[in-house]
Ligand binder design. Structure first.
Ligand code: ADP
Ligand code: MG
Length: 228
């Protein structure tokens, strides 16, 4: 099923006097249970498209349709609610809170995402997700004692603990070595399949593309190629 649809999306930025069109009419439908990777040269508009699809910035023209609802005409509060309850985010760096343990990072996320679980249910949920990402043995650890790959696993756990429908990942393996990159990519793929998430990611790493269902090649604000 198509969960997220991008229709005729354009994005223009104005730098002083100069107007530059960064996205030039993008059409894209993303299906549940699939990992779609965006590739392309730096500056081709990948992150801009990802953040627009995620409701983090508005379009200049066109629509983003999530679960049949046009996000482009929602109020910023409505968009925030969709983002908080239905979307998860992973970036190049894990951005964990240095003074919280792994377990506490996830509890904090449950507290802010309005899931309304009781304390014991929260604990169970945190344990379940940590098992899923292979980090349950490190739940009392602080970020400084984790490896880069382990931190990214915790970041992924934090991104999915509120059961989002869509996972947005911008260069999630860019700061990892090739073995750790492969492990993190396999984890993203497994979670997408087992939890039936719709995953949209950006990557520079050609080796990661074997783990994706679909590859979108961006060039200069347009989709050059779409390989399924
Ligand atoms: N907020 C902004 N204001 C002005 N220009 C921007 C802004 N965000 C992105 N750009 C420009 O849009 C182009 C595409 O950026 P981006 O989407 O980050 O590319 P990619 O992720 O493919 O490297 C770049 O030339 C960048 O400088
Ligand atoms: Mg980028």
């Amino acid at each position: 099923m198509t969960l997220l649809k991008i229709k005729g999306v354009r994005k223009t930025f104005t730098n002083g006097e100069i107007e530059e069109e960064i996205l030039k009419g993008i059409n894209l439908s993303l299906k549940e249970g699939e990992v779609t990777a965006m590739v392309g040269a730096s500056g081709s508009g990948k992150s801009t498209l990802l953040t627009i699809a995620a409701g983090l910035q508005p379009t200049s023209d066109g629509q983003v349709i999530f679960e049949g609802e046009n996000m482009s005409i929602m109020s910023s509060e409505e968009v925030r609610k969709v983002r908080a309850s239905k979307f998860g985010f992973v970036f190049q760096f894990a951005y964990l809170v240095p003074f919280l343990t792994v377990e506490e990072q996830l509890q904090l996320m449950l507290d802010v995402s309005e899931t309304k679980l009781k304390k014991q249910e929260q604990k169970n949920e945190v344990n379940r997700i940590l098992k899923l990402v292979g980090m349950d043995h490190r739940k009392m650890a602080y970020p400084s004692s984790l490896s880069g790959g382990e931190r990214q696993r915790v970041a992924i756990a934090r991104a999915i603990i509120h059961k989002p429908k869509v996972l947005f990942a911008d260069e999630p393996t860019a700061s990892l070595d090739s073995k750790k990159s492969e492990e993190v990519m396999l984890l993203i793929r497994d979670l997408t399949k087992t939890l039936n998430i719709t995953t949209l990611m950006v990557t520079h790493d050609e080796e990661m593309l074997v783990y994706t269902d679909r590859i979108i090649k961006m060039s200069d604000g347009v989709i050059l190629q779409d390989v399924i």
